[in-house]
Design a protein around this ligand. Structure first.
Ligand code: CP
Length: 309
């Protein structure tokens, strides 16, 4: 499979075989990391961050290091982008120093502008609409835990957002049933083209009935109800309170599994807001695979980087 030079903006243009290739490569790298120690020797990744991160930054940086290459962390606020330099020209400069640019940005159009301006592959490390590297890492975790995708059901609950979009893209392409048990969608994340694509597969549905949806689910997945940059913003306090009231019936807890008799594995991409979208007893539940998910970010980033560079 040749994915050299491709961008990873949202995986909408990738087919099932290409997604399976990345997942299987992630599993192979996880099993035999030493085999890949020199695969990106002397190669450089530049990681541009407009927003904060724990897992994404460290997994890309550690991954690049373990492949024999180097990652440069570039903070948007301490770059010339913060004083109004044109993104197009900054990206055209950055690509002269590296073999791949990865970026976490507020708006998807920023990634599109960069991808159009440069020759090197551009990787989306999260934007308001997608989190593709999270979605593919989660599919790797699902393959490890469930053995495959056909006939399996993932229920995402809370607010439809960038993470649920990436689970819908990857999950439905791989043959999983993806159900959103949601009272609302984050307006910034809505992608009508994606919804149309997903509906065409016959594997996508939306419901407000979490308890019914979770009964026969293989996976129950949740994420924050409030985008991380708004969580402690006083200007967002009223909307935060409204969301907390609206979404509390969609909280993932040990009680939800017990009451519904669900055997589902529990997933969360982290960071979690405990007592809101998820309880402590769900994070630490025997069915929780949350920290395997976090670990697999490392292995899949290595699969993505070795494939694109
Ligand atoms: N899941 C995830 O992207 O984690 P970070 O925001 O910490 O990178």
């Amino acid at each position: 499979m040749d994915l050299k030079g491709r961008d990873v903006l949202n995986f909408k243009k990738y087919n099932r075989e290409e997604l399976e290739y990345l997942i299987d490569l992630g599993i192979k790298i996880k099993k035999s990391p030493k085999k890949y120690y020199d695969s990106l020797k002397r190669k450089t990744l530049v990681m541009l961050f407009e927003k904060s991160s724990t897992r994404t930054r460290t997994s890309f940086e550690a991954g690049m290091n373990q492949l024999g290459g180097h990652a440069i962390f570039l903070d948007w606020q301490s770059s010339q982008l913060s004083i109004g330099a044109e993104l197009k020209d900054e990206a055209r400069s950055i690509e002269r120093y590296c073999e791949c640019i990865a970026a976490r940005v507020r708006e998807h159009k920023t990634l599109q502008l960069m991808a159009n301006a440069v020759e090197v592959p551009v990787v989306n490390m999260l934007c308001e609409k997608y989190h593709p590297c999270q979605g593919i890492a989660d599919m790797m975790t699902i393959k490890e835990k469930l053995g495959g995708f056909e006939g399996k059901k993932l229920v995402f609950t809370g607010i439809a957002n960038n993470v649920s979009n990436s689970l819908v893209v990857t999950g439905t392409k791989l043959g999983m049933q993806v159900t959103l048990a949601i009272p609302e969608k984050d307006p910034d994340a809505i992608d009508y083209e994606l919804e149309k694509m997903a509906k065409k597969t016959g594997l996508y549905e939306e419901t407000t009935d979490l308890k019914s949806a979770v009964k026969d689910a293989d996976i129950i997945y949740t994420d924050t109800w409030v985008n991380m940059e708004y969580m402690s913003d006083p200007k967002f306090a009223k909307e935060k309170e409204r969301r907390m009231n609206t979404f509390m019936p969609y909280q993932v807890s040990a009680k939800l599994l017990k009451d519904t008799g669900s055997k589902a594995k529990i997933m969360h991409c982290l960071a979690a807001h405990i007592g809101y979208e998820i309880t402590r007893d769900a994070i630490d539940h025997p069915n929780s695979v949350i920290f395997d998910q976090a670990e697999n970010r490392l292995h899949i980033q290595k699969a993505i980087l070795t494939s694109l560079i």
